[in-house]
Design a protein around this ligand. Structure first.
Ligand SMILES: NC(=O)c1ccc[n+]([C@@H]2O[C@H](COP(=O)([O-])OP(=O)(O)OC[C@H]3O[C@@H](n4cnc5c(N)ncnc54)[C@H](O)[C@@H]3O)[C@@H](O)[C@H]2O)c1
Ligand SMILES: O[C@H]1[C@H](O)[C@@H](O)[C@H](O)[C@@H](O)[C@H]1O
Length: 341
């Protein structure tokens, strides 16, 4: 390894372009050496001004480019499995955006491929684990000061959804974050899902079931409810309140300045995740680079990626059927220890 970890970024869209900027300008210890996107103009635009970066139409070709020592996958979810397996075949460490692989069968193939290697190579991009507010909530719950957690009430609102968004994606793309956060905060697996949807908002694209109310049960006897509303129009709002036996704790309102002038109080609301979770993404990628340079893999695992996909898939079935759907998880390989803590 040279002085700087050579990173190939796959996908140069919203997230990929932001990660390219982050690796180039924010994070220490790494540099972008290759970028792949079938839309090569988009890739070229994302690397404008960067030195010695090769641009590729094909993701797998980028992994074989000169100087590539690690891979950051920011292509759409359905492209992740092929990229992860190609990275594993080359022994390359990976940071893969969520959802790891949206369908659970494909996600399990990734778990099995990494387990066959006998060592972890991939970290999954559940960046909320790196957010200061989520970390404070996790520490408080772990301390036991509030007693046993009974319920998590979560809100996940986006101003608008991308044009390709489907009703299933509210669960397997958006709520995938709450699925991971709930497993991590509670140290419990989610065992069943029920989904209800009210009349769709007039602001949602025709045919999209938006908002939805998703209710999870856990193997520790807790309940987790999530309001997901991806065309709310007014702001990016992500909140979580833990209700425990002897107290409650709420996060999600603590990241902005509150200005009071005569007769009114004003608070800015972030408009998207790149603003709300900017620090979390920075910490996530820095921590991935630091660990990779030491030959370590930390952070959410491929098992966490699989568990999130399996729970989300049950959620999509619950949405379609209107009933309660149990989550079936495959046996967890020893490589991944206990439920994510
Ligand atoms: N962690 C987060 O908060 C967060 C936020 C946004 C997006 N994401 C995730 O990041 C990923 C990308 O989302 P986005 O919003 O940037 O999407 P996007 O549509 O803006 O960009 C995706 C890009 O990938 C390219 N692409 C398509 N197939 C490819 C392939 N096989 N190899 C390489 N590139 C390919 C597309 O041409 C496009 O430029 C998704 O998995 C999404 O869920 C995560
Ligand atoms: O892909 C994005 C991303 O994961 C965001 O963090 C989430 O708020 C959006 O709902 C989702 O569409």
């Amino acid at each position: 390894m040279g002085d700087l970890l050579g990173v190939a970024v796959l996908g140069a869209g919203h997230m990929g372009a932001d990660h390219i900027r982050r690796v180039d300008q924010v994070v220490s210890g790494a540099r972008v050496v290759a970028v792949a996107d079938p839309d090569t103009d988009r890739a070229k635009e994302a690397v404008a001004g960067l030195d010695a970066v090769t641009v590729h139409e094909d993701a797998v070709a980028a992994l074989d480019a000169a100087g590539v020592e690690a891979v950051l996958i920011a292509s759409p979810g359905p492209a992740h499995e092929e990229a992860l397996l190609a990275a594993f075949a080359r022994g390359l460490p990976v940071l893969c955006e969520k959802p790891m692989v949206p369908d659970s069968t494909g996600a399990l193939r990734v778990v099995e491929a990494e387990a066959r290697l006998g060592r972890r190579l991939a970290q999954i991009g559940f960046m909320r684990r790196y957010d200061a507010e989520y970390q404070r909530l996790k520490s408080l719950l772990d301390s036991g000061q509030l007693g046993r957690p009974l319920m998590l009430h979560c809100t996940h609102r986006n101003v608008s959804s991308p044009p390709y968004f489907t009703s299933a994606m509210l669960i397997d793309s958006s709520v995938s974050h709450e699925i991971d956060a709930a497993r991590w905060l509670l140290g419990q697996e989610l065992t069943a899902v029920t989904v209800l949807s009210p009349r769709s908002s007039a602001n949602a694209p025709e045919g999209l079931l938006d908002p939805q109310l998703v209710l999870f049960e856990t193997d520790g006897g807790a309940l987790v409810d999530v309001e997901v509303f991806v065309n709310c129009g007014f702001g990016y709002q992500v909140r979580c309140e833990a209700v425990c036996e002897s107290g409650s704790a709420r996060i999600g309102d603590d990241h902005t300045m509150v200005v009071t002038t005569r007769g009114s109080t004003h608070e800015d609301v972030p408009l998207d995740y790149l603003v709300r979770f900017a620090d979390a993404y920075d910490r996530e990628v820095q921590s991935w680079v630091d660990a990779t340079r030491q030959g370590l893999v930390t952070g959410p695992s491929v098992w966490d990626g699989y568990a999130s996909s399996a729970v989300a898939e049950a959620g999509v079935r619950a949405l379609d059927s209107g009933g309660r759907v149990a989550v079936e998880l495959a046996p967890r390989p020893d490589l991944y220890g206990n439920v994510s803590r």
